[in-house]
Design a protein. Structure first.
Length: 608
């Protein structure tokens, strides 16, 4: 029972807590509105001249896309095109839409951190930390209207939902229950509402995963993370005790719903493509028989193959020699050898990197035509069978190099180890943003264009005023001032990230120390943060394998940092939460110990 002095002291503190709460809310509102001001001032910009990238994905969003005769209609995944189609239907300006996506990412990350640690101040800081992430203001990764600018907030959303998925169904113990809550009808209603909510949430998680997966062709790297989290959740359910068997079985089925939802959504996209284009694939450049052909070309042993030259001229000559079906369409190989990326001749100007996948589409369109995608797939299936037979008979020699995936060439051990440095460099730059980061500077209308509005239809699709595509919405906040704020934001993040890295290292040391003494409790968050960092490095390594042929560090930054930043940031926040939780527990123990010592001796002995 509280003494009169303690009660009076608690009552005196209430106004201060109320004032502090109001100040926190006011700060959050100011930061949120400030972030909105940044979005509407810097603007999203559309690179209309990038026909194979920005322009191609924009074409996927148009209403006439299902009836298009563009040979590159399935060259890339359509996730971003679907997103832009929704933006067009919403009639909401694209700047506001992107702000909304980042806002949702910040809110969900804050909720996820709270579900892990139940520390309010950490959740509020996480909200601001994600909302003001400098990548939102980066020229290519933040404000360029391309799928890579949507990946960072989308991955924040996905990771946050996975964290909430892990903690779903866990409820704090209640010491007392009211009599009304124990009534049968009350219990049944609460159970139905709870189960229905979990079903909706799990289905939504699968939908979000499917959307993020469909944004890029290399999204297979997300599958292990998704399955790992589902596996952890299954183990949690199986380990539950004092639960009826039928309830546990039902919970296990519910736990698998995200997998069912994700698979169903991706299959729906495949069926959409099958209905409109004749192939049940997400894309035909890195999937299906055409991708299988380029993969087999990469496998042919050639002394001329290198990290820069993947499909060598002698390898292409070899597969043509063993494939009568391929020779039946001579225009294909003639195009590959002398057009586009190989002009004037592949023997003097070899095709670099993965450009054979693009060259093959143009070559096929010049001979078979790309309108009937099903016919194209059947043609290359026959070619692939003939190449496989040649490998089996020894007519073709298969390279002994180590391969990471079917869409990448093999490498020697020395070439593989040479990627460790660039991968670590990208991981470090994710934290410091010190070398390759460029603040937004793009515009929606190109100054060297002869037409006043060269991409009017595209801008209208984004709900941008074609007569004023780069407006100054706020008279007191200019674009140059917004860029200055973005530069300051980078500096602040660098300082915060370095501090969080020190916290992360301390947590790793602490966790190792506990594990040595076989103390497993409270190491889960540290383990997850370590797994996220390791996963980020593995992805950076895979991108280095792919992008080395460009010899352009900014390209590597563009393809790497947007995807691994959410992994690294969440890992650092988990480390901070783990440390804060430990400090909170230690403080609670000290308070209890102090209260025990402050009691009279006869009460301590009595067990009060």
């Amino acid at each position: 029972m509280q003494t009169a002095r303690q009660l009076h002291k608690a009552q005196d503190g209430r106004p201060y807590h109320a004032i502090a709460g109001c100040l926190v809310i006011l700060t959050l509102i100011i930061l949120t509105l400030g972030r909105l001001a940044m979005s509407v001032t810097l603007h999203m910009w559309f690179a209309a001249n990038q026909r194979a990238d920005d322009g191609l994905l924009m074409s996927y969003s148009m209403s006439d896309y299902p009836s298009t005769h563009d040979p590159y209609k399935l060259a890339k995944n359509q996730g971003y095109g679907f997103f832009l189609r929704v933006v067009s239907w919403s009639k909401v300006n694209i700047d506001i839409v992107y702000f909304g996506v980042w806002l949702l990412a910040a809110v969900l990350t804050a909720c996820a951190l709270y579900s892990f640690f139940h520390i309010l101040w950490l959740s509020l800081i996480s909200y601001c930390y994600v909302l003001w992430n400098p990548l939102a203001f980066e020229n290519w990764l933040g404000t360029r209207l391309y799928r890579n600018s949507l990946i960072p907030p989308s991955l924040f959303i996905l990771i946050a939902l996975l964290m909430l998925y892990l903690t779903s169904g866990q409820h704090p113990r209640v010491k007392r229950k009211s009599r009304t809550s124990q009534l049968p009808w009350k219990s049944t209603t609460a159970t139905v509402i709870q189960v229905s909510g979990r079903v909706i949430f799990y289905l939504l998680l699968g939908l979000v995963f499917a959307f993020v997966y469909d944004l890029k062709e290399d999204s297979a790297w997300l599958i292990p993370m998704f399955l790992f989290v589902v596996g952890i959740k299954l183990v949690q359910v199986i380990q539950q005790t004092r639960v009826q068997v039928w309830k546990k079985c039902l919970t296990l089925l519910l736990t698998l719903l995200p997998l069912v939802s994700a698979a169903g959504c991706l299959q729906a996209v495949r069926l959409y493509n099958d209905h409109n284009f004749g192939v049940a694939l997400l894309n035909t450049r890195t999937q299906g028989a055409m991708a299988g052909f380029t993969s087999r070309v990469y496998q042919v042993a050639s002394p001329h193959q290198s990290p820069r030259i993947w499909a060598t001229a002698d390898a292409l000559d070899a597969v043509e020699r063993v494939s009568p079906t391929l020779r039946s369409q001579p225009a294909i190989m003639d195009y590959i050898r002398h057009r586009d990326f190989a002009a004037p001749s592949i023997y003097t100007h070899p095709i670099e990197g993965d450009f054979l996948t693009w060259q093959l589409i143009g070559a096929t369109d010049s001979s078979l035509g790309m309108d009937d995608e099903g016919r194209v797939q059947s043609f290359y299936q026959k070619v692939n069978k003939e190449i496989d037979t040649a490998f089996e008979k020894g007519d073709l020699i298969r390279s002994r190099k180590i391969r990471l995936s079917s869409s990448l060439p093999g490498r020697t051990p020395q070439q593989i180890t040479s990627l460790i440095g660039p991968s670590a460099d990208m991981l470090a730059d994710t934290i410091t943003l010190g070398r390759y980061y460029e603040h937004s500077k793009g515009k929606n209308v190109f100054e060297n264009s002869k037409k006043p509005i060269p991409n009017k239809k595209d801008l209208q699709q984004l709900n941008i005023d074609v007569h004023d595509p780069n407006p100054q919405v706020l008279p007191w906040f200019t674009s140059q001032q917004a860029k200055t704020v973005a530069q300051v934001d980078v500096v602040l993040y660098r300082i915060i990230n370095i501090c969080l890295c020190l916290v992360f290292l301390y947590n790793v040391f602490w966790a190792v120390k506990r594990l040595v003494h076989r103390q497993w409790r409270d190491t889960l968050a540290v383990g997850l943060s370590l797994a996220l960092i390791a996963y980020a490095f593995i992805y950076a390594f895979a991108v280095s394998w792919f992008i080395e042929y460009t010899a352009n560090l900014y390209f590597q930054f563009f393809f790497t940092v947007g995807s691994i930043t959410p992994l690294v940031i969440v890992a650092l926040l988990l480390a901070a939460g783990s440390l804060a939780r430990k400090q909170e527990i230690e403080s609670s123990k000290q308070c209890k110990h102090a209260q025990t010592l402050s009691q009279p001796k006869h009460k301590r002995q009595a067990g009060f």
